[in-house]
Design a protein around this ligand. Structure first.
Ligand code: AKG
Ligand code: FE2
Length: 325
């Protein structure tokens, strides 16, 4: 049965039930069913694999709200067997969290090959499906994802939830790592926590790319001014405190640049220790949702001159929570 629950580890505390009542119409395949979502933890601090749903069919507020509650707790949710088309992925992201981020950094380098800037091309191929040459400038954005970051921290509003759909998975490991920035914050000592209060950080994508040796023209830099965000955030729904760091974090406002960069480096080192990191090994049609306010992530390297790897990302903007129940 297509919509039956598949629970691979029985963990009653983690199971949530929802009766699908309000749906988009009588024909809705989930109407009248009780859906059981099982959240199976993937790491001691955060990240869970969820079973029981085909997200393309999820339209009702009860289920969407349950998934948001799961995000509050776990920060990263992994779904298997979600064969999204581009349009279905865009539609789900909007249903789930409202306004999509469409001002991506790669837009300054050229047109999006899907004709929609809200669908970020996380791949190593061009519009005809051929692997990009090592010196192709379009590769800059993908390869820079190998630095720890949060999506769109160089914008205001920044990214809230990112959703990555695996369309072509190479036959070698080409994984993504996530770090729990709430657990990293909690592990700081009280003096350090006190010293971080009130600090603000300037985030710039031109900076993070320059760290790797990529240069932008003046015209490109003018379009990529960056944004300022607090170094420690309180996530509104969960009220958890979190370190808000990224490769884009360029300097601490009102501090001498070297001191600020040294503190940012120390915090990055602290926050990415193995006890805070979950490594995701991709399968075809995986769909991973993460909260950019609660986590950092990075792509791990693989031979991208040999193997195709194609994922598509949708990211929502961190606007006030109109839709979130
Ligand atoms: O390619 C990856 O593994 C991660 C890509 C990434 O950083 C993103 O989609 O935001
Ligand atoms: Fe990213």
């Amino acid at each position: 049965m297509r919509y039956a629950t598949r629970v691979f580890k029985v963990n009653f505390a983690a199971m949530k039930q929802v009766l699908i009542q309000s749906t988009s119409g009588d024909q809705h395949p989930l109407k009248g069913r009780t859906v059981t979502l099982a959240f199976h933890k993937l790491h001691p601090c955060f990240a869970a694999e969820v079973s029981g749903l085909d997200l393309r069919q999820v339209h009702d507020q009860e289920t969407l709200s349950l998934i948001r509650t799961g995000m509050d707790e776990h920060g990263v949710l992994v779904w298997r067997n979600q064969p999204f088309s581009n349009d279905e992925q865009l539609a789900f992201a909007e249903r789930f969290d409202g306004t999509l981020h469409a001002k991506t950094s790669v837009a300054v380098l050229g047109k999006n090959r899907f004709g929609n800037e809200a669908l970020t091309d996380i791949s190593n191929v061009n519009e005809s499906g051929q692997i990009l040459a090592a010196d192709d400038r379009r590769r800059m954005s993908t390869i820079s994802n190998r630095l720890w970051h949060t999506d769109a921290s160089f914008e205001d509003p920044a990214g809230r939830y990112s959703m990555l759909s695996a369309r072509v998975v190479p036959p070698v490991n080409a994984d993504t790592e996530f770090a729990d920035m709430r657990a990293a914050y909690d592990a700081l000592d009280a003096d350090m926590k006190a010293s971080l209060e009130g600090l603000r950080v300037h985030h710039s994508i031109a900076y993070s790319r320059q760290v790797l040796g990529f240069e932008f023209s003046q015209e490109e830099k003018d379009k990529l001014k960056g944004a300022v965000h607090p170094l420690v955030r309180t996530i509104p729904r969960s009220q958890r405190r979190s370190l808000y760091l990224a490769s884009h974090a360029q300097q601490i406002m009102d501090w001498p640049v070297p001191e600020g960069r040294l503190l940012l480096r120390d915090l990055m080192e602290h926050a990415t220790q193995p006890q805070f990191v979950y490594r995701h090994v991709w399968r075809q049609d995986d769909f991973v949702i993460w909260d950019n306010r609660a986590t950092m992530h990075r792509a791990r390297s693989f031979d991208d001159q040999k193997h195709r790897r194609e994922l598509r990302r949708t990211t929502t903007l961190d606007l006030p929570l109109a839709s979130a129940a």
